[in-house]
Design a protein around this ligand. Structure first.
Ligand SMILES: [Zn+2]
Ligand SMILES: [Zn+2]
Length: 161
């Protein structure tokens, strides 16, 4: 199994550019109210990655203060200083991982959402009736994520011990 790959992404104005050295672990759409306010849209799409696979190659990021997520844990969002596009989020609850905004990836179409979460807050004009893996709130990653991704996280966390 080869996860090594070079994926590129950037912000809207192009000042911030980044690379991922491995493919994402999992991509999901979140329909919670917080994500709606943060994106100004009906849902956000995030790709979970191992923290050591992200390199900012150009430009400078700003960070929000620590915000409180729905889980009650902190999140910090990193965005382009110039255009304000959100590049990635650090969820305190996701140890060893970061969440890049999937749409900032050059080939974001390769990574469609593998799950939709917090569909209890979904806007009524968003139709998910043909989509599998919809969850009223959250799911258990052990049951929803591909096994290979679970193994990659475990192996990575082992290297940090
Ligand atoms: Zn920018
Ligand atoms: Zn959300």
């Amino acid at each position: 199994m080869n996860n090594k790959i070079e994926l590129k992404g950037q912000c809207l104005c192009g000042e911030v550019k980044y690379k991922l050295s491995e493919k994402p672990l999992f991509t999901q759409a979140c329909h919670c109210k917080d994500c709606k306010v943060l994106t100004g849209s009906s849902y956000v799409i995030n790709s979970s990655i191992l923290e050591n696979t992200l390199t900012i190659t150009d430009g400078e990021l700003s960070a929000t203060k620590k915000l409180i997520a729905g889980s009650g844990k902190f999140i910090t969002i990193f965005f382009c200083k110039n255009c304000g596009a959100y590049i990635y989020t650090d969820y305190e609850s996701a140890i060893g991982r970061l969440n890049v905004r999937t749409q900032t990836l050059e080939n974001s179409k390769t990574y469609p959402p593998q799950a939709h979460i917090f569909t209890k807050d979904k806007d009524e004009w968003v139709n998910l009736s043909n989509i599998n893996n919809c969850f009223e709130k959250m799911y258990d990653p052990k049951e929803t994520w591909p096994n290979e991704s679970l193994i990659r996280i475990k192996e990575y966390l082992n290297t940090k011990k």
